[in-house]
Design a protein around this ligand. Sequence first.
Ligand code: 6PG
Length: 464
Amino acid sequence: MSQANIGVYGLGTMGSALALNLAEQGFDVAVTNREVEWIADFIAEAGDLAGRLHPHEALGDFVKALRTPRVILFMIPSGAPMDAMIEVVAPLLEPGDTIIDGGNANFNDTRRRAAALAGDDLHFVGMGVSGGEKGARHGPSIMVGGTAHSWAQLEPMLRAIAADHEGDPCVDHLGPDGAGHFVKTVHNGIEYADMQMIAEVYALMRFGKGMPALDIAEQFTEWDRGALKSYLVEITGKLLSYEESGAPFVDQIRDAAGQKGTGRWTVVEAIRMGQSASTIEAAVAARSWSSEKALRQRLAEVYGNAREAVDLDVAELEQALLAGRILAYAQGFRILRQAADEFDWPLDFARIAEIWRAGCIIRSALLDDIAEAFRKGGAEGQMIEEKAIAEMLSTAVPGLRKSVCEAVAGGHAVPALSGALSFFDTMRQGSGTANIIQAQRDFFGQHGFELLGQDGKHHGPWWE
Ligand code: 6PG
């Protein structure tokens, strides 16, 4: 057997899909799985691609089947299983070999693992893969963090399997160690915010305007032809069109959202770096609150759950969603900018926007504008300062403002849309209210403050 180009360990949904994608692009792929009985089934279902897939039950044989320097992609649960796997596989490897973690791992773990393995000249890549099963099978967006050596090994394979945006493969080397996983985490944070704002706009149409679900489905489909064009708007239009016994299928789904952790990690890191992201925080909070269904039902008895009609047309709601989306992306890029400074990562914001344009869950027409705005440069990652984005946002904000006002007045919860608007209103005020905070801090704790136009630290007259 010819030596395989890459090994894929982990034949779950994403691992299988990536292995098939690699095989389809002409690469020889050694495959294995912890539960060895899955391996034969996987090969049996691979059809014509089976010839390029080389199954091994023993880890040692799997490693020996790889061309050196080796590349092994692990698609296994993040956290402790990855550490356990490294302990077992690292002794079988040689200097120059690369281990890839293709799961949604915490970038702090990725940095730790990369540093630990570097001592033995082993390379550890944190690779964010977005697009779900279909993406992994036919073209995901791939965010790579690791050494230049690993990137040289991986580039031809990843460019071949990645999603294609008008001839540009949606993959790149974004920086060392945890950079790829960090960018993927922020991608997911933006994903959370976008999903939540879509749900809020849906609720305003359904319960504020009394639109039937099928009409809302059509509205989302219509929006998907314009400035809101995106995968998430597209699938929302589709999923709302399903009916069962003449009623919307979505009404049967329990309104309690799950979350695996990436949205929360984005918020934790953002706050740790002094970069609070109100849209993402709101989306994480809304999912957590949603899971308290029994409490919500009891509180509905106590306070009532009435929601009043809203005076909004769909064009205003479209603008609200567009403004919210721009602000969510802007907050995501601000987190990336902060991380680039803190970890000394050479993050290229335009390139990140470019590789999100196809394959990934947050792919949207807006990313073309964002990529172009960052390419023109000037605002160092402050997206809403870029001229073209600022023009778009200025046009959309009135719709967001009216939607939030109507929602709040009518008792509709819009945590992400209102979080976006408050962020915008705070950031556009050259003079804010932090003088009051500073005065309070000084009043009770003599913490001192700066005075406008004067150097040094001062105290208020309350201490004289
Ligand atoms: C992607 C998705 C993917 C996954 C999320 C779901 O980019 O392909 O983000 O990574 O669907 O992890 O996350 P939650 O379970 O937290 O919603």
